[in-house]
Design a protein around this ligand. Structure first.
Ligand SMILES: [Zn+2]
Length: 172
């Protein structure tokens, strides 16, 4: 999926417990840490960054950053470490593995397939590219429903409980 969609999915699904900006950022982080950094490097060199760059100009570090940040193994370990101390942040970080789960079926092997078990296994799935019109339309529709639901819940009388700082219920 595109990076903005990933950020909004993260916000919509995991931004409800007091960490909306963390969820938004973690939803986009796997792409920001690879393509985003590469785009900044190209900008610094005065190169145009419109469209997806051809594989031939992408440096090795970008592939490594992409594979590392698109690994369910890496994401699980990082989230487990954070969750022990800061469960609220850990919950918002679930936007990261959700990004990976979305990329697995919607990236073709020809351009950045998702090595979701990196570095344990190079296995990938030859998916349908996210920019295929039917996939893209379904993505926008599902995102619109999710964000509308989130906005509805935000205005409603019963907000979702926070994982952090919840007080134990006092007995009668
Ligand atoms: Zn991605």
């Amino acid at each position: 999926m595109d990076t903005v969609s990933h950020a909004l999915w993260g916000y919509g699904l995991f931004g409800s417990r007091g960490r909306p900006w963390t969820a938004l950022f973690m939803g986009a982080a796997p792409d920001l840490a690879s393509f985003g950094l590469f785009a900044l490097v190209r900008l610094a060199h005065g190169e145009p960054i419109m469209g997806k760059p051809p594989l031939s100009i992408i440096p090795q570090w970008c592939f490594l950053a992409y594979d590392t940040m698109h690994s369910l193994v890496v994401a699980s370990i990082a989230i487990a470490l954070v969750w022990r101390k800061r469960p609220g942040i850990g919950f918002a970080m679930l936007a990261w593995p959700f990004h990976i789960l979305l990329d697995i079926p919607f990236h073709a092997r020809s351009y950045f397939p998702t090595k979701f078990l990196f570095p344990l296994s190079p296995v990938t799935i030859d998916g349908i590219p996210w920019y295929t019109p039917s996939v893209w339309t379904a993505n926008l529709g599902a995102l619109a429903i999710l964000l509308a639901y989130r906005a509805y819940r935000k205005r409603g009388p019963a907000p979702a409980p926070s994982l952090e700082g919840t007080e134990k219920k006092k007995g009668p």
